[in-house]
Design a binder for this molecule. Structure first.
Ligand SMILES: Nc1nc2c(ncn2[C@@H]2O[C@H](COP(=O)(O)OP(=O)(O)OP(=O)(O)O)[C@@H](O)[C@H]2O)c(=O)[nH]1
Length: 401
């Protein structure tokens, strides 16, 4: 199955919520129209404003991302976007002006057919006015896209379409275009640097999906030919360490552990030593997610960073915050909290499958503009996908091909 339809199927809860809302908005005050097949609803110049889709994979350059104190002996670094490896989708153009799903078809009469008239279709359209825009704004807010985003998107729609008549499918296309535009700048694959080992610190609350994401990433990096080492930094929870070992086995990657209750910073230091000795390309360090005791966690993370820096003062090279999409608006506040605790460099959003809260990604992008490196769409090892803004927008809004 193509990944696009997979994501669409998995985001169905978000999309069906939006879809039902849009249908209700258009039905409320909309009127049925008979249109010629493929007749545009609004002037062609509206499409002229459609932005060109940005390239999906935009690796961050090494120079920009990691200040190197000494020049590397290697030739000019080539950032490798590991999350783009397994699945590649070609974005499809958003055609805002064609109503692709007629609800009914009226056959032309004999005379019409003899004169070669095209088939007419029935479609319900509603005039874009203040009431309609307000309903649209409310729908976006209840779909977790955030108040600011909802206001901005409806303002854009108002500017382009006020007074024009749009069908559900046409509004969906316009919305997908707007969401794509917001998401494009944050769609940045996890960068790989020539620095060995590249140290990736994984942070996030318990249950967000850190262990699973580390396992999935380790598998993808390994498939991409990278040597990976994992450090089980949540030393206070034996179950967490065991789970990480299970994922390490699945990915074929060694997991370094320390006795229960021992200092996570000391494990991080040992892991650095071993990763260096092994010539590992990547060291992924899991961390605890006990937000209940914030100051302890802050101290723990700060200490891990301090000892890592003793080995390599440019490390950690990435601090990934793993967020659970099912927590909706809570994911937003977690970003704020973890930005205070650690220097978050990018996000992975898990559990986008089977949630009606996928819209929170739009609010996150709009508010924090942090790179979204990948999304989790299931519990299996392959269920980590590159973040493709257009694909996401179409899946979120429920556009069918
Ligand atoms: N459906 C779905 N489930 C996921 C995804 N990612 C993780 N999970 C599930 O979420 C639960 C928690 O995942 P973990 O990886 O253990 O989360 P954690 O952050 O390491 O949690 P702690 O070990 O408690 O710190 C597990 O049951 C995972 O299978 C995803 O993308 N989709």
């Amino acid at each position: 199955m193509a990944f696009f339809s997979k994501l669409k199927d998995r985001l169905f809860k978000s999309s069906s919520k939006l879809e039902e809302g849009l249908e209700a908005i258009v039905d409320d005050g909309g009127e049925e129209e008979l249109i010629e097949a493929n007749e545009p609803a609004v002037e062609a110049n509206a499409t002229a404003e459609t932005p060109d889709p940005a390239p999906v994979d935009v690796p961050v350059s090494v120079e920009d991302a990691v200040p190197e104190p000494e020049p590397e002996p290697e030739p000019e670094p080539e950032p490798v976007a590991v999350v783009e490896t397994p699945i590649k989708v070609s974005p499809e153009p958003v055609d805002a002006l064609v109503d692709p799903a007629p609800q009914d078809t009226a056959k032309p009469g004999l005379l019409g057919r003899m004169l070669g008239r095209r088939e007419a279709q029935k479609v319900v359209r509603r005039t874009v006015d203040d009431d309609m825009l307000e309903s649209l704004e409310d729908l976006m807010i209840t779909s977790d896209m955030g108040v600011d985003t909802a206001m901005r998107v409806t303002a854009n729609i108002s500017e382009r379409y006020l007074g024009k008549r749009l069908s559900v499918d046409e509004i969906k296309a316009v919305l997908a275009e707007e969401v794509t535009r917001i998401m494009e700048p944050v769609a940045v694959p996890l960068p790989l640097y020539p620095k060995r080992p590249q140290v990736v610190l994984i942070v996030g609350v318990n249950g967000a999906g850190k262990t699973t994401t580390i396992g999935k990433l380790a598998s993808q990096f390994t498939t991409a030919g990278k040597k990976v080492v994992i450090a089980a930094g949540d030393t206070f929870r034996a179950a967490a360490v065991e789970q990480l070992q299970v994922w390490g086995d699945r990915a074929g990657v060694p997991v370094l552990t320390a006795p229960e209750g021992s200092d996570p910073a000391s494990l991080a230091f040992d892991a650095m030593t071993q990763a260096e000795a092994d010539g590992a390309d990547l060291l992924m360090i899991d961390t605890a997610g006990r937000l209940q005791n914030r100051s302890d966690l802050m101290e723990e993370l700060a200490k891990i960073v301090r000892v890592i820096k003793k080995k390599d003062d440019t490390a950690p090279h990435n601090t990934l915050l793993v967020l659970d999409a099912t927590t909706g608006q809570n994911a937003l506040s977690q970003v704020g909290t973890f930005q205070d605790l650690a220097d978050v460099s990018g996000l992975v959003m898990t559990k986008l499958d089977g949630t009606a809260k996928g819209g929170v990604l739009v609010a996150l992008a709009d508010k924090y503009a942090l790179p979204i490196h990948a999304i989790g769409v299931g519990e299996q090892i392959d269920d980590l996908a590159p973040f493709d803004p257009e694909e996401f927008a179409r899946a979120l809004i429920g556009i069918t091909d």
